[in-house]
Design a binder for this molecule. Sequence first.
Ligand code: ZN
Length: 340
Amino acid sequence: MREYFPALIGNDALRVQIGREIDERRLAHAYLLVGPAGSGKHTFARQIAAALACEAGSGAMPCGICSSCRAILEDRDPDVITVSRGERVTLGVEQLRAVLADLYVAPNWHEDKIYIIEAAETMTAQAQNALLKALEEPPRHVRFFLLATDAAAMLETIRSRALMLRMAYLSPEQMRRCLLDRDRRAAALAESSPDEFAAVTLAAEGCLGVAEILLDARRRKPIMLRRESAEQFLSLCVKRHSAAEVLVMLSALPQKREEASELLGLVSIAVRDLLAIKRAPGARLCFFVDALRAEQMAEQISLQALLRLTDALDAAQSALSRNANLRLTMLSLAQSANLI
Ligand SMILES: [Zn+2]
């Protein structure tokens, strides 16, 4: 079988699906690519644009080396147009109208003219309605790729006119291989601090773009500290603890709501690891780098206590999202988790 999108990692089913659609000339005119930040939505859309224009008739698709592929992948092709909200909170109708103005003008170099609309879920209702007209009856040469982290935020009429493609998460092993292949900082970190490198592959939660950010030592530091706090919090929950330890832990908790929420999110992932170990020893872990440490922790806490902790963490998260008082929420969490 022909090799589709060899430059991409993961998303195997999606690559084959789109590759065949291009080969059989049945690619749709509008797709909605959904996935978290850093999951490779823009990269995939650009790769599809390159595949459509690639001059190599056989072999890998896209070839990545012909002049069409290079122009598109290096973002200097006039027929691949990115629409972005820039510094704005929303993508407004003016920005959209400006780029859609030449929708009916034939492409410059290729058969297709590609519009990549970033953060499509931030389009105002007006902007979505303006786009809707183009999606209903697009000129033959036009293809749209709408990129979104949250498709639910978009109008149903838009969602029903674009085929949804969900970006898959990379496994920690895929992430590890990919980073080591592409990024010299990854190899250096894996050599100097293997545990920290393993933590990066887990903390990125399957998103290559996030992992690449974490390879920057300055960006990584606060996240590594938060992982440590999460582990400390959990270790207090699983073992006997003194009141002094709990007080120290509570006073060290983040003072900002978003940071506290991120910390609790990490603790929840760690708790899920312990539950996974209880259900199936040797389970794949999403938080712990050190499986032995996770197993020891899992031994120290009962299944019921873990389930209670999961509920308490969920309740605390939802209280924070409703703007509840941070201090009181944390105290109530500590009580529910039997810390005080
Ligand atoms: Zn090519």
